[in-house]
Design a protein around this ligand. Structure first.
Ligand code: C2G
Length: 131
């Protein structure tokens, strides 16, 4: 059993999120997803997500590719999450390239290319500029 773990906010869920989750799942037998806490977003990005942590968890948990979800309380707890969930592979989009290389002694670390031309920030801007 090869367990894959990935992390994200997954706010205003879009196809870029879906693709990274599906590609992560394809790298193993079981996919665990850490969904960032509202508090973590406030602290790191200075704003609350559009969708609450409970809503984001519910959406991600409903995906066919996802076996388990949990709340990611801190960016600095990656090693603990990898150990707790017995992850063999950590997957992130390549906007995070190099950022988790220190975990390579605990698991395989893979950065996947992001889906171009789509982001939560761009979607929020697009929606707020129409009408
Ligand atoms: N992503 C992607 N293509 C896009 C947009 C996002 O592949 N066009 C990927 C990101 O690279 C990431 C995942 O989707 O792997 C989730 O993206 P975000 O919700 O923006 O997550 P982020 O706020 O970067 O994660 O420990 C990480 C934290 O949870 C924060």
């Amino acid at each position: 059993m090869r367990t894959v773990i990935t992390f994200g906010t997954f706010d205003v869920f879009h196809v870029g999120h879906l693709r990274v989750i599906e590609r992560a799942a394809a790298l193993g037998d079981r996919l665990v997803v850490g969904v960032s806490a509202d508090e973590l977003n406030l602290r790191k990005k200075g704003r609350a997500p559009v969708f609450s942590q409970a809503e984001r968890l519910e959406i991600v948990a409903a995906l066919r590719a996802v076996d388990e979800v949990f709340v990611e309380e801190s960016l600095e707890l990656k090693r603990q999450y990898v150990t707790e969930h017995r992850a063999d592979v950590l997957v992130m989009g390549d906007d995070w390239a190099g950022r988790f290389d220190e975990l390579k002694d605990a698991c395989e670390v893979v950065y996947l290319p992001r889906t171009p031309a789509i982001s939560t920030t761009a979607l929020i801007e697009k929606i707020s500029s129409t009408g």
